[in-house]
Design a protein around this ligand. Sequence first.
Ligand SMILES: O=C(O)CCC(=O)C(=O)O
Length: 237
Amino acid sequence: MQTPGPGQQRQSARKKRDSVTTGSFYSLFESEVPEREIIASGAILLRRFAFESASELMRDLDWISAAAPFRHMITPGGFRMSVGMTNCGYAGWISDRKGYRYDSRDPLSGKPWPVMPESFRLLAHSAATEAGYPDFVSDACLINRYEPGARLTLHQDRNEQDYTAPIVSVSLGLPAVFQFGGNSRKDKVRRFKLESGDVVVWGRESRLAYHGVAALKDGDHPLTGRCRINLTFRKAL
Ligand SMILES: O=C(O)CCC(=O)C(=O)O
C-alpha cells in the first residue's frame, strides 16, 4: 500500500469527520461530491478546505468587527447594499457616492483597518497554493455578512491594481448559491452550492470573471447563526 500524500490524508480525515456530521449533505452524497472541482480555466472550488479553521476564523472575526463594525455601504448610484461589510488588512474595499475603491483607513473611524490575523493569512495562502497560486500574498480581506435575503449581483473585481494575483473566497455558515460566469456579462453563468468551509479560488484567465451570490435563504447554522460570512482575500495594492 502506498503512503498517503498530504492531500489524501486530508481527504480521509475529511471523510471521517463528514461521516459523523449527521444529516449533512456530504455524508449522504460523499462519493458524488468532488473534493476539488475546476469550475473554469484558472478557477477551482476546494470543498471544505477551511472546515477545520472555521472556529478560529470566527473568533478572529469577533475582534475585527468590534474594531471595524459591519456596515451597509452605499453604491455610487445611491443604493444601500444588502450585504454588510467590513475589512481587515492594509487596504479595505469601500463604496460610497464617490465610487468603489480601496482605502487604508476605515471611513467610519478614520483609523487604519484592523490588521489581518495570522489565521486569515495562513488560510488564504494555503488555499491559493492548493489551487496553483503559491505566490499569493493578500493585503486586503473584505468580509461580507449575508443575512436572509441579502445578495450580491453579478460583478467583476476590478478595483485592484494587479490582476495577476488570484482571489480567494472562503464561505462560513449558512449555504449559498455562488454564480460564476465568464469575462463578459453575457457569458453563461454556472451556479454552485457553497457550504461552510468551502473555498473558491480564481485567477489567470478567470481573474475578471463575473460572479455573484443569489439571495441567501433563511436558516440557522451552528457556526454563524442566521447568516453567512464570506472572507474574500485579494492583492489590492
Ligand atoms: O460571498 C461570496 O461568496 C462572494 C463575494 C464577492 O463576490 C465579492 O466580495 O466580490
